[in-house]
Design a protein around this ligand. Structure first.
Ligand SMILES: Nc1nc2c(ncn2[C@@H]2O[C@H](COP(=O)(O)OP(=O)(O)OP(=O)(O)O)[C@@H](O)[C@H]2O)c(=O)[nH]1
Length: 353
């Protein structure tokens, strides 16, 4: 888009120069040389950008290069424009508008210095080397060149300051947007993750359950859940302190997660209770998963601490609400605890009343 705008501006200036040439103010060959130069700049820049060649630079859009070429084109125009030279400086406004859009403060300052130096050079060429000029001007009033230079010295720094301020505002806006995106990502993560263990929280587990139930109802995949409860956890808090309790919960989450297959979801249900969702599992195939988890926890929780857990398993029954499934898993957990702890019970293990 920027290239298109730059190309159109250059085209408009070339047409004006051609009109000047028709009036006899500018030499046609000078206009051709100028147009060849800007055409080359536009095509080279476009190709560098499109081909990905410019990706090797810190600024792949090559903004500084583009705008510096623009400044050279303007001053070249100033040299060849004869009586039209004052208006040849107007495109500097477009250049600085682009600078405000895409450059940093320091770059804008450099561009301003470069533009002033180029104009000093252009005035010097006009005054010192008149025979270089494409159309011999009968009079080359130094005063007009000096006036133009002074005007540029007044206008350009002001323009540069406004451009720099705009660029600063844009970069502030960009930073604020990035900070906002990060906060949003944090909030989204916090909404579904348990802060202490990093596991999905209760709300996320309810979503997982709802999704699993929909799949099961469509006859795609049965699933089981297990309510897992760490035993005598209050004692850990009471004897070792709350921080040690936290460490146990974190370590449990880490070790237990490692024993699961891809697709199984372990979440923190609350306190020292965890919920495990096992897609595709039956009660028979779910039990070994929990036994494996029990061994891993027994062996590798924290040095000097033996933590056990009981688990209540339940399989999803067609079309039942997930709350009923959870209630059966809870019942099974209750049974496991009352049957001596460090056990896994499932709803089928119960003798019907
Ligand atoms: N450190 C820590 N403790 C927690 C956290 N959430 C809950 N607890 C503690 O977990 C303990 C749960 O106590 P109980 O419900 O009696 O469970 P228990 O001691 O494991 O008893 P049983 O389940 O019957 O074996 C309480 O002391 C809570 O304060 C937590 O995030 N961090």
């Amino acid at each position: 888009m920027h290239w298109l705008i730059a190309g159109l501006v250059y085209l408009g200036i070339a047409l004006l120069l051609l009109a000047g040439a028709r009036q006899g103010w500018i030499s046609a060959s000078a206009v051709a040389a100028w147009s060849g130069f800007v055409g080359l700049v536009v095509v080279a820049g476009y190709c560098a950008l499109r081909s990905g060649w410019s990706e090797r630079f810190t600024d792949p859009a090559m903004t500084m290069w583009q705008l510096s070429m623009g400044v050279i084109a303007v001053n070249w125009g100033y040299v060849i424009c004869g009586p039209m030279r004052t208006s040849a400086l107007f495109p500097l406004m477009v250049i600085f508008a682009f600078a405000a859009y895409s450059m940093r403060y320091r770059q804008i300052a450099w561009l301003t210095l470069f533009a002033v130096a180029c104009l000093v050079g252009a005035v010097a060429i006009r005054q010192v080397f008149p025979h270089w000029l494409p159309v011999a001007e009968a009079v080359r009033p130094l005063q007009v060149d000096i006036n133009n230079l002074l005007m540029i010295l007044v206008v350009l720094p002001a323009l540069a300051l406004v451009a720099a301020r705009l660029s600063e505002l844009r970069s502030k806006l960009r930073d604020q947007r990035a900070a906002l995106a990060k906060v949003l990502a944090d909030v989204e993560r916090m909404a579904v993750r348990d802060e202490l263990t990093g596991l999905p929280n209760r709300r996320a587990m309810m979503d997982t359950l709802a999704r699993s139930a929909i799949h099961a109802r469509r006859g795609m995949l049965p699933f089981c859940v297990a309510m897992v409860d760490l035993e005598h956890f209050k004692q850990v808090n009471d004897t070792q302190g709350h921080a040690a309790g936290d460490a146990v919960l974190q370590r449990f989450a880490e070790v237990a997660s490692r024993t699961l297959r891809e697709g199984d979801v372990l979440g923190r249900w609350g306190g020292e209770e965890f919920l495990l969702v096992l897609p595709g599992a039956t009660l028979a195939s779910a039990k070994p998963v929990l036994s494996r988890m029990q061994s891993a926890i027994r062996e590798a929780l924290l040095p000097g601490l033996t933590i056990t857990f009981s688990a209540g398993l339940a399989a999803y029954r067609d079309a039942e609400p997930v709350e009923a499934l959870l209630a059966r898993a809870d019942d099974s957990l209750y049974l496991a605890k009352h049957a001596g702890r460090d056990r896994i019970e499932s709803s089928l293990d119960r003798t019907p009343a």
